[in-house]
Design a protein around this ligand. Structure first.
Ligand code: KG4
Ligand code: ZN
Length: 338
């Protein structure tokens, strides 16, 4: 407690970011320390799970210390510890879960296991301190593409998800084949700004009418076929045009489905979450299409869209309010569902 307010520490280590955030009363960010491993994994063109877990192990204690220091909070003043226990890479998750359990046990603090995807949605409560459920959430990350009907803080219903590649995964793969490297999403976003989104027509995959599911693997194949045929014909490939056309095909489908879901369920707000939510074109197109129906789009700052510890602290705060505490048996669940 600090002056009567509740302090939550959130720890995130599901992929390649070791992150610890401190949040006051579930809504106010006191510190948000993120140690990214991007530079290391860039050399390999993607996240290497063994290296990721070793790096988490090396830096988790110093990230915790730094986050407490930046927040001006001592461990004694922390009321609750939240930790991501899935979904994610098992070795990476295990480091965070073990560290959080050790802290909770050693300092006598309650512990909450947080679903990483629920955490992404919670980043909106930090960006918009007045926001309360219900609303529709679009969760687009490296591992997930979900449309989620958020009924209450602890009650979510997934209306649709990807049947193959996640949106971020599709961005990362296309970036690799057009030579933009890792991490692909931000690089495609940047390259696309100088390209023509109508230069190449990639077919939009909507699946069955009324479905909120996604499929991006066919789009990837279309892009590969296009690149191969252009190369074989000896034509030069415009990286900005491929990036812009590919991005437009992904964004078109995501925006249409998110707006359709909000309309069907009578939601007047769609919150964006996950790394791909920082895509500039998605933010613009979704905003425009939603506005046609009087639907508001909530867009957290990019630093809250990608993996961080404050979103885990916020989600843990609301789980703790419901009494959903974890014991020493808390374990990493790499395939955890919503
Ligand atoms: O949420 P996140 O940080 O980690 C996961 O939980 O997966 O999302 C990472 C994903 C990566 O695939 C990355 O390429 C993508 O988000 N991403 C973007 C952008 N920034 C990050 N994709 C498209 N445009 C962006 N600006
Ligand atoms: Zn994430």
């Amino acid at each position: 407690m600090i002056n009567g307010s509740h302090i939550t520490l959130g720890l995130e280590s599901s992929c390649d970011e070791t992150a610890v955030g401190i949040v006051q009363d579930g809504r106010k960010i006191l510190s948000n320390v993120i140690s990214s491993q991007i530079d290391i994994h860039t050399r390999f063109g993607g996240v290497v799970p063994e290296i990721a877990s070793r790096k988490h192990l090396e830096c988790v204690n110093s990230v915790i210390d730094l986050s407490l220091k930046e927040a001006g909070v001592t461990m004694d003043q922390v009321d609750l510890i939240g930790v991501t226990y899935g979904p994610g890479l098992v070795g990476s998750l295990l480091v965070g879960v073990a560290a959080a359990k050790a802290m909770a046990f050693a300092c006598g603090k309650p512990l909450v296991g947080v679903n990483h995807m629920q955490g992404h949605i919670a980043s909106n409560y930090l960006e918009y301190p007045e926001l309360e459920p219900p609303f529709m959430a679009l969760v687009v990350s490296g591992g997930h593409t979900n449309i989620v009907n958020v009924v209450d803080y602890n009650r979510c219903e997934t209306l649709g998800s990807t049947r193959d590649d996640a949106a971020g995964e599709a961005f990362d793969k296309i970036a690799r084949v057009i030579g933009l490297g890792y991490p692909g999403g931000p690089k495609v976003d940047k390259a696309a700004r100088n390209g023509d989104p109508e230069a190449i027509h990639f077919k939009r995959v909507y699946l069955e009418p009324g479905s909120y599911d996604f499929s991006f693997s066919g789009l990837k194949t279309q892009a590969l076929n296009y690149l191969n045929s252009e190369r074989q014909a000896g034509r030069e490939i415009s990286v900005p045009d491929v990036a812009a056309s590919f991005q437009e095909a992904v964004v078109d489908v995501i925006a249409d489905k998110a707006v359709a879901a909000a309309r069907e369920y009578g939601r007047d707000r769609i919150v964006m979450a996950g790394g791909v939510a920082s895509n500039s074109r998605l933010r613009k197109v979704l905003g425009e299409r939603a506005a046609e129906y009087g639907i508001e789009i909530l867009k957290p700052a990019p630093v809250l869209c990608t993996d961080n510890g404050v979103m885990i602290a916020c989600s843990a705060y609301y789980e703790g309010k419901k009494g959903n505490f974890a014991g020493p048996e808390l374990d990493a669940v790499p395939g955890l569902e919503f």
